[in-house]
Design a protein around this ligand. Structure first.
Ligand code: C5P
Length: 222
């Protein structure tokens, strides 16, 4: 049986990973969070005091680290050289440095290689910024999820609150907008909607509604 590839791209906090996880679980597909891979490298760089201005040092660091995913009862965990970094990669220091790290050409080439390896022979839902354009150009389905900055900041704000973290809404909004700007304007595979991707504005939609929208599209080839 042919393996299926679903690519989900879009700006920060548009709900990509939430819907990707639900879809993967429902269909028994693998889920690959490519943002987590860039975050893991960024965490390693901060921990090892690697100069974020040095593409060469970052590349060397990447060649020495293994990033993998394991499915656990409470969801997918991310490992950096066997250490569980699932929560650590979400801290602010990492979030605010990751766009810089992910902009380097050699870093992206290596990450794309690793992502394509995960894909071979497995049905997969993969989310990120360049999945439909670069990583899986022949994906069976490409979705591009967007939402207003206001709405995305609000979701993030509530998510933080539920974890007991109180954040400044305006700062959150600025951080999201800045990251989008950086990711969309970098030279190497910037965040852009693939020509054959289906655009969904998730502003005002529930998670279930977004999942339904994607499943509707899946019916056309499954
Ligand atoms: O998806 P997430 O917000 O965790 O991604 C973190 C960062 O990693 C993005 O802001 C972007 O800089 C980078 N990224 C990327 N390409 C991907 C996934 C993430 O450049 N495919």
């Amino acid at each position: 049986k042919k393996s299926i590839q679903i690519a989900i791209d879009g700006p920060a906090s548009a709900g990509k990973s939430t819907v990707a996880k639900i879809l993967a679980k429902k269909r028994g597909f693998i889920y690959c969070d490519t943002g987590a891979m860039y975050r893991a490298l960024t965490l390693a760089a901060l921990e090892n005091k690697v100069d974020l201005d040095s593409e060469k040092e970052l590349s060397e660091l990447l060649s020495r680290i293994v990033i993998d995913f394991k499915q656990k009862n409470d969801g997918q965990h991310v490992y950096l050289n066997q250490k569980d970094v699932t929560n650590e990669i979400r801290v602010n220091e990492v979030t605010n440095a990751v766009s810089k790290v992910s902009a380097y050409k050699t870093i992206r080439e290596e990450m794309v290689n690793r992502q394509q390896e995960i894909t071979s022979s497995n049905s997969i839902v993969m989310d990120g910024r360049d999945i439909g354009t670069v990583v899986l150009p022949n994906a069976d389905l490409k979705m591009f999820l967007v939402a207003s900055v206001e709405e995305r900041a609000e979701r993030r704000y509530k998510e933080n609150l539920s974890k007991g973290i109180k954040t400044d809404f305006e700062i959150l909004k600025k951080e999201i907008a800045d990251r989008d700007h950086y990711d969309s304007n970098r030279k190497n595979s910037p965040l852009v909607q693939a020509q054959d991707a289906i655009l969904v504005d998730t502003s005002g939609l529930t998670i279930q509604e977004v999942v339904q929208e994607i499943e509707k599209e899946m019916k056309t080839f499954l």
